[in-house]
Design a binder for this molecule. Sequence first.
Ligand code: FES
Length: 115
Amino acid sequence: MGKVYENRRKPKREGKKITVGKVEAVPAGRGATVKLKSGGEVALFNVNGKFYAIENFCPHKGYQLADSRLYGNIVECDLHGWRFDVTSGECFTKKGCSIESYEVFVEDGWIKILV
Ligand code: FES
């Protein structure tokens, strides 16, 4: 395997709850890219009405996971098929390649992520 890339779009942990959009914006079974002011990106997923957020960067070659296909709570990277649990960031394809996950809240119909 080649180099595992450093994620330059990994959000810095700020301990801040940010509002990212209305719940209707992300239908069940879909993902969305959330661009943060800090330059970081988070991949937000709707798994049967519950929202989860992980880094938007596959550690294999850096593809955006928000654009990849979701199977239940598993996102499969569209580029070469690495698989991640969107609820925890755990990588099922390669040990030691798990990614960050972020707490998501829904308040008054708004999705908020703790970054
Ligand atoms: S970039 Fe290769 S599996 Fe994601």
